[in-house]
Ligand binder design. Structure first.
Ligand code: 0GY
Length: 309
């Protein structure tokens, strides 16, 4: 790799354990980015961090080990609007991956068509200030209007405290919207407190809004304490995230997605074992029906609608 990793960067966990929870047949890991490899697909000059490499081969090996059938590969901010690494992963997936791109206002119709042909089905708008510079909302609305006729959706990433300010913009989007990581709730607050109630209201009042119930490792304050012993025992790790994820899964079972988020950018304290993250799933989706919706039916409807039942 040509670039030096951001100081303190934690590499993804090599040799993850094999989960005890068996995901249903046809399960989709949505989302996960690829990073580089930097020698082949250089990172964007405007990036806010430099990751370790995380290649398509490594992603697909993880898919097979964890028992998933497909992936959704999402464009990470370290690649800016240069989608080549993500597209390369899609076209070498044998049809088992679809993607989410980042595009700029000047993107041409031909470029959008080429992305579609490669398997892209959405664009990502990022509002997390430590990750991206500000893009005027007018530009984002223009992009949303351009991708809507393709049947694509918009993935949004923001912090819970910013939802009130972003509400009008989000509710003006003309497509399906997929929220990253439940809008990053502060899980030290109450699950029925005003902050998370606003997010639930967002989903309840706007039936085009979906949520990924991903990234307990990113949201948790209690962390993976004694992860090996606890996650497979009575008490799950990341227990402070559980009520939030469970509430969203049970209230909106047809509009939730789950993903490992491998290779887990920007984690400072611990790097999760992806096998143990899979064992978190039955704690947030307790029944086989909820698990099937979360892992198969919903992602298939969004990313492979031509095959969905
Ligand atoms: C995530 C989270 C992060 C990073 C990105 O595209 C990205 O760089 O999404 C983060 O640092 O919180 O969803 O992987």
């Amino acid at each position: 790799m040509t670039s030096t990793k951001t100081p303190g960067w934690l590499d993804w966990y090599a040799g993850p354990s094999t989960p005890q929870f068996q995901v249903p047949t046809g399960a989709v890991d949505a989302p996960c980015p690829v990073f580089g490899p930097g020698d082949e697909f250089p990172f964007a000059p405007e990036r806010k961090y430099t990751p370790c490499d995380a290649s398509k081969q490594q992603l697909y090996a993880l898919r097979d080990q964890l028992g998933f059938a497909r992936n959704v590969v999402v464009q990470a901010t370290c690649h800016g609007a240069d989608n080549r690494a993500m597209v390369d992963a899609l076209v070498h997936s044998g049809g088992k991956a679809r993607g989410v791109a980042t595009v700029k206002r000047g993107v041409t119709d031909d470029e959008l068509q080429a992305l579609h042909a490669a398997g892209v089905r959405g664009v990502r708008f990022n509002f997390v200030k430590r990750l991206v510079d500000f893009t005027p909302k007018g530009e984002l609305l223009e992009i949303a209007a351009r991708i809507a006729p393709l049947g694509w959706h918009v993935v949004i990433y923001f912090e819970a405290v910013d939802l009130p300010e972003l509400w009008d913009f989000f509710t003006a989007l003309p497509t399906t919207i997929v929220v990253d990581h439940m809008g990053r709730p502060d899980v030290s607050k109450q699950v029925d407190g005003p902050e998370f109630e606003l997010f639930v209201k967002f989903m309840r009042e706007h039936t085009n809004v979906w949520s990924k119930v991903s990234c307990p490792e990113r949201l948790s304050l209690t962390g993976p304490k004694a992860i090996l012993g606890q996650l497979r025992g009575e008490q799950a790790a990341y227990r402070d995230v559980l009520p939030f994820a469970r509430r969203i899964v049970e209230t909106f079972p047809d509009r939730v997605l789950w993903g490992t988020d491998w290779p887990h950018p920007n984690l400072k304290d611990h790097m999760p074992d992806d096998g143990l993250l899979v064992d978190f799933i039955p704690h947030i989706a307790a029944t086989p029906e909820l698990q099937r919706k979360l892992l198969v039916d919903n992602p298939m409807r969004l990313y492979w609608p031509e095959e969905a039942h």
